[in-house]
Ligand binder design. Structure first.
Ligand code: HEM
Length: 479
C-alpha cells in the first residue's frame, strides 16, 4: 500500500507556521498533535515535521536514535552558555562525556544528594513567615538552584546563588527570545549551505568552508548577543565557575561535589587524562542550567495542581506528616509514593521541556514515511501528553495515572518529560527524587493557601506558570 501523504499543520499563512510559535504555541502544539502522528509544518521557507505519536517518537528516539542528532538550532542557541556540554554535544564527544558523567548519577550516588534537597527546602521553610504572601515559583527556583548548586559546587562555596542565578536568568532569557525568530532560520540555512558544499569544493576552498561551518556553531546572526547585560551575565557565569575549578585544582580538596568528581573523572579515551577546564566548565554550566529551572517549574505546578484538588493534597500531606519534623532526610520511594505520582502528573500536564528537536543524519524511514538526510523534526512532548488516545480525559489532574498498574498499561514513550532513548535526561532520577523530597519537606512544616485563580502556562526556557503561583503561607503546628 502506498504511504499516505503527511498532513500539513493547521493555520498556515505566507510565512508558514512561525506566528504560532510566538502567539499561541501550546494550543498550536495540541492542534498539531490531534492532526496525526507525523505532521508537516513550515517556518518561513523551511519545512519540518512534528512527531506526535508515542510509537513514532519511540521509533525515532530509541530504535533509530543513531540516525538522528539534536537539531543545530539548540547548539547555536546554547553555544555561549553550555558550549560542548552533554546537552549539546554529539558523536564521540557526547558518548565519552556521557560515560564519564553517568556514574555521578548512579542511584547509589543520588542518595548523597538527598541532604542537599532536604536541606535547601528546610532553609526555604525557615525563611517563610506565617501569613506571608509569596510566589511559590520563586521559592522553588531558589530551592532547586540551591540544590544543584550544593550538589555541583558544594554548599560552602555556594553563598552567591543569587548572583549566578540572576546571570543565568538573563542568559536564558536571551536564548528564549531568539526561539523561532527569522534570525534562527537564517543561521540554520547558512549552516545547511556550508554542509551541502562539503566534498564539492576544490581543496583550497574546503578549508574556508570548514572554518565557516565551525564558526556557524555560534549565534552570529542573532542580535542582542553583544548587549552589555547579556555579555556581563555570560562573563559572571564563566568567571565564577572557573574560580571554583581553580580552587579545587589548587587545593585538591577531597570534596564530594560534582565539580570535583568532574575534574577527577578519568577515561581510557583521554589516555587516562581528565577533561580540559573548558570542557569541565561547559559540563558544569550545562548541569547547572539543565538541573534547576526544570525541577523548579515542575514543583511550582505541583503546588498549583494540589491547591485545586483537596483530596490529592490531603494524601500528599499524610505522606509528609509521616516523617519527622524535618521531613524526608533520606530517600525511601515507598514513603513518597503518592507525592511522586503528583510530581509525575505535573510533568505530564506541564512538561518543562515541550519539544525535542532532532535532525536526520541520513535518509530515514519514520512512521512509514521516507525522509531525506538533514530533515528536521520536533518531538511534540506537550501535544502528546495532552492526546486523548494517550491519556483519557487529558486535561484532568489525576495522579493515579502513575500507579504501577496504570503505568504498565500506557503505550511506550507516551510520557516523555525527560525524553527517552540514549539522550534521555541524565538527571531524571535526581529530579524524581528531588521533586517529592522538596514537596514533602515544605508541606511537613507549612501549608500554602494558593490564590484561587487559573494560571496560564508560558513558554520561557521551560513551561513556566505565568505570573507565578502566589500563596499565603501558614506555619503548621506538629501534626
Ligand atoms: C523535572 C526536571 C527535569 C526535566 C523535565 C528534564 C528534561 C530533560 C529532557 C527532556 C532532556 C532531553 C532532551 C532531548 O532529548 O532533546 C534532558 C537532558 C538532560 N538533562 Fe534534564 N531534565 C530535568 C532535570 C535535570 C537535572 C536535575 C539534571 C542534572 C542535575 C539534568 C541534566 C540534563 C542533562 C545533562 C541532559 C543532557 C543529556 C544527554 O544528552 O546525554 N536534567 N533533560
Amino acid at each position: 500500500m502506498p504511504p499516505t501523504a503527511i498532513p500539513m499543520a493547521p493555520g498556515e499563512n505566507l510565512l508558514g507556521h512561525a506566528h504560532h510559535f510566538k502567539l499561541d504555541r501550546l494550543p498550536f502544539f495540541q492542534r498539531v498533535a490531534a492532526t496525526g502522528d507525523v505532521v508537516a509544518a513550515r517556518m518561513f521557507h523551511r519545512t519540518f515535521h512534528f512527531v506526535n505519536g508515542p510509537g513514532v517518537a519511540h521509533e525515532m528516539l530509541v530504535e533509530k536514535a543513531r540516525s538522528f542528532e539534536k537539531a543545530p538550532g539548540i547548539r547555536i542557541l546554547l553555544h555561549d552558555l553550555a558550549g560542548q556540554g552533554l546537552f549539546t554535544s554529539e558523536g564521540d564527544l557526547w558518548r565519552r562525556q556521557r560515560r564519564l558523567l553517568s556514574p555521578l548519577f548512579h542511584p547509589t550516588q543520588l542518595q548523597t544528594y538527598v541532604s542537599a534537597m532536604n536541606g535547601e527546602a528546610l532553609r526555604a521553610r525557615e525563611r517563610l513567615e506565617d501569613g506571608e504572601r509569596t510566589d511559590l515559583a520563586a521559592v522553588t527556583t531558589r530551592i532547586a538552584m540551591g540544590v544543584v548548586g550544593r550538589a555541583l559546587f558544594d554548599a560552602r562555596t555556594f553563598d552567591e546563588a543569587d548572583e549566578l542565578g540572576e546571570a543565568l536568568t538573563i542568559a536564558l532569557g536571551w536564548v528564549n527570545d531568539r526561539l523561532g525568530t527569522p534570525y534562527m532560520t537564517l543561521q540554520i540555512s547558512a549552516v545547511e549551505a556550508t554542509e551541502v558544499l562539503e566534498g564539492k569544493l576544490p581543496p583550497w576552498l574546503e578549508g574556508v568552508r570548514a572554518r565557516a561551518r565551525a564558526a556557524l556553531d555560534a549565534p552570529i546572526f542573532m542580535p542582542g548577543r553583544n548587549d552589555p547585560t547579556v555579555k556581563r551575565a555570560l562573563t559572571v557565569l564563566d568567571k565564577r565557575i572557573q574560580a571554583m575549578i581553580d580552587d579545587r585544582r589548587a587545593s585538591r580538596a577531597d570534596r564530594k561535589d560534582l565539580l570535583t568528581r568532574l575534574l577527577y573523572a578519568r577515561d581510557a579515551d583521554l589516555g587516562g587524562d581528565g577533561m580540559s577546564d573548558k570542557q569541565v566548565r561547559d559540563e558544569a554550566n550545562t548541569l547547572f542550567i539543565a538541573g534547576h529551572e526544570t525541577t523548579a517549574t515542575a514543583l511550582a505546578w505541583s503546588f498549583y495542581l494540589l491547591a485545586r484538588d483537596p483530596a490529592a493534597r490531603a494524601k500528599v500531606q499524610a505522606e509528609a506528616d509521616a516523617f519527622g519534623p524535618d521531613g524526608p532526610t533520606s530517600y525511601d520511594p515507598e514513603k513518597l509514593a503518592y507525592t511522586t505520582r503528583v510530581f509525575k502528573e505535573a510533568l505530564r500536564l506541564y512538561p518543562p521541556v515541550i519539544v525535542l528537536p532532532r535532525r536526520a543524519l541520513e535518509p530515514v524511514e519514520l512512521g512509514g514515511h521516507r525522509f531525506p538526510e538533514k530533515s528536521i523534526f520536533f518531538v511534540n512532548v506537550y501535544g502528546m501528553h495532552h492526546r486523548k488516545d494517550c491519556f483519557a480525559d487529558p486535561e484532568r489532574f489525576d495522579p493515579d495515572r502513575f500507579s504501577p498498574e496504570n503505568e504498565s498499561k500506557r503505550p511506550k514513550s507516551a510520557w516523555i518529560p525527560f525524553g527517552v532513548g540514549p539522550r534521555v535526561c541524565i538527571g531524571n532520577h535526581f529530579a524524581l527524587m528531588e521533586g517529592p523530597v522538596v514537596l514533602a519537606t515544605l508541606m511537613r512544616g507549612l501549608s500554602f493557601e494558593v490564590e484561587p485563580k487559573d494560571i496560564e502556562p508560558e513558554t520561557f526556557a521551560t513551561l513556566r506558570p505565568k505570573g507565578g503561583v502566589w500563596a499565603r503561607v501558614r506555619r503548621r503546628s506538629a501534626p
